[in-house]
Design a protein around this ligand. Structure first.
Ligand SMILES: [Zn+2]
Length: 249
């Protein structure tokens, strides 16, 4: 296991909305940070051509990652067509083998849209499959199952509006401005989200981080649930690294 952390998200900007504060803290703690998206963000526009928006969003994701010295990877799947299939599983498994992370973050298994939920499943399998010799993947086998954490769903609810409560909170009060700066790199999304479903991007992120902060009497926080199923590490490595900044419920 190396001191590297890999986030496997659905779209460019999901990392910045849900996890960037914690990634920034891990970077400061000496971990190398890798931000990946399963999809390219090719549907996130009402004006650009597909090729243009792919190029724009790739540049935005790289710019955001660079703010904390992170590396951006894309599995090059189309938005809305994120499928749990051979192609996506093999690509994600190859990435886990390449990065060899000690920690993986991914989307909530239950969320408002299927791209998020399927990306979560793909990441879960990739963590396990990276150590399986006969996978259809060229990269060297990685015989370590990383600690896997699921981020909050968008707005903290499942598809029925039920609250999903985190079991692990990270105090990101000192990182909120960095988080906002990273999210602001996704310039193309601010106008598109406003026109498509009237979402004010950065304010919404601040509000939700503030809400999570209130849960633990801090200014801002991010919430996670750890994968504690068979075979995955059960110790809370985030607590070991970040100490008092991590509050468990
Ligand atoms: Zn998304």
């Amino acid at each position: 296991m190396e001191k590297s952390v890999l986030g496997i998200f659905a779209h460019p900007d999901d990392a910045e909305i849900l996890c960037a504060g914690t990634l920034s803290l891990l970077r400061k703690a000496g971990w190398s940070v890798h931000i990946a998206t399963v999809a390219m963000g090719d549907k996130g526009t009402a004006t650009h051509t597909r090729d243009d928006i792919i190029r724009i969003r790739n540049a935005e994701a790289i710019k955001a990652a660079t703010e904390i010295g992170a590396t951006y990877h894309c599995l090059d799947i189309d938005d809305v067509y994120v499928l749990y299939n051979r192609e996506s599983i093999n690509k994600a498994t190859a990435l886990v083998r390449k990065v060899r992370p000690g920690i993986v973050f991914t989307m909530s298994p239950t969320d408002y849209m299927l791209d998020h939920e399927i990306s979560s499943q793909i990441a879960q399998t990739a963590c396990f499959a990276a150590g399986i010799k006969n996978m259809e993947v060229d990269e060297e086998v990685y015989e370590y199952i990383p600690s896997l954490y699921y981020c909050d769903p968008i707005e903290g609810t499942d598809r029925f509006g039920n609250l999903i409560l985190p079991s692990v909170y990270v105090d990101i009060s000192d990182e909120i401005e960095m988080k906002a700066k990273m999210l602001a790199c996704h310039e193309s999304q601010q106008s598109w989200l406003k026109s498509h479903h009237d979402s004010e991007y950065i304010q919404a992120m601040r509000r939700f981080s503030e809400q999570r902060g209130k849960d633990i009497n801090k200014a801002y926080a991010e919430g996670f649930r750890q994968h504690l199923g068979h075979g995955y590490p059960h110790d809370n490595i985030l607590k070991e690294i970040l100490g008092d900044l991590v509050v468990t419920m």
